[in-house]
Ligand binder design. Structure first.
Ligand SMILES: NC(=O)c1ccc[n+]([C@@H]2O[C@H](COP(=O)([O-])OP(=O)(O)OC[C@H]3O[C@@H](n4cnc5c(N)ncnc54)[C@H](OP(=O)(O)O)[C@@H]3O)[C@@H](O)[C@H]2O)c1
Length: 231
């Protein structure tokens, strides 16, 4: 299928781009996801906590980019209003920022993600894509993962290895859950995997772990996602 067929629908000769809501759009991975979605022909609703930060972090002059205020801890009703019924998928790139609140990891990475799932259910958005955390917030995120998996909505959970800001130095290695215990990956590639997960149905209802390795063979995303079994 051509990329344009996936990202656009033609209604009465008017081409409408499919819109994706990105939570955590000003984050180091989130902003890359926004850039790649736009580059691949999607329209983007970027959910941010800080509009001023978004104006400097995101390329504001793109007519396919809409920036909206969205704090995932503020509850599913409010999130559903912000996501709106024009978004066809949601990508969650949030991660708690260390501050005085010791419960921030739980509030953002657990309850915040649950709020996003509930917002999707309310709206009938059928995709949620989640780069997951390793490290301090592992348990919180694992609980949120369980919630997504039982929610009935279509999801892809992406668990990256250590995140790097540098451009990719190797090809993506994708394995099933609880199999990749070391390695790192460029945030550019994590963003690519999150966007490709929207495009390829082989990713649906799957948990994937990713790193990159210089000696790994280059594989298509159909092949990578297709090699992971649903559980
Ligand atoms: N670092 C690693 O090696 C590693 C490895 C695997 C997975 N991960 C996980 O991968 C994800 C992306 O990582 P990253 O380094 O790109 O994260 P990041 O740069 O810290 O970005 C996190 C984003 O979440 C947003 N956020 C925080 N609290 C929020 C809230 N209450 N509501 C809405 N948005 C909120 C932040 O908003 P502001 O921009 O306003 O602060 C920021 O945009 C995170 O979940 C991280 O835990 C990280």
């Amino acid at each position: 299928m051509e990329a344009s067929e996936i990202t656009e629908e033609v209604t009465e000769n008017v081409s409408v781009k499919k819109k994706v809501f990105v939570a955590g759009a000003t984050g180091s991975t989130g902003k890359r996801i926004v850039e790649q979605l736009l580059a691949k022909g999607f329209a983007v609703k970027a959910g941010v906590r800080d509009l001023d930060k978004a104006r400097t972090t995101l390329l504001n002059d793109n007519p396919d980019l809409q920036i909206v205020k969205a704090d995932v801890t503020e509850g599913s009703e409010k999130l559903a209003q912000v996501i709106g019924d024009d978004s066809e998928a949601v990508i969650c790139a949030t991660g708690f920022r260390p501050d005085w609140d010791l419960f921030a990891p739980w509030k953002v990475d657990n309850f915040g993600t649950v709020n996003l799932v509930e917002a999707c259910r309310k709206l009938g958005v059928n995709s949620l894509h989640l780069p997951k955390c390793l490290g301090l917030t592992l348990v919180a995120k694992l609980q949120a993962e369980q919630y997504i998996r039982k929610s009935g909505i279509n999801y892809t959970i992406v668990r990256p290895g250590g995140l790097r800001n540098e451009p990719p130095t190797g090809n993506v290695v994708m394995e099933p859950e609880d199999t990749l215990y070391e390695g790192s990956i460029s945030r550019d590639q994590v963003a690519e995997v999150a966007v490709e997960a929207l495009i390829h149905s082989e990713s649906y209802y799957k948990v994937v772990e990713i790193v990159s390795r210089p000696d790994a063979p280059k594989r298509s995303y159909e092949d990578l996602f297709g090699s992971i079994k649903q559980r």
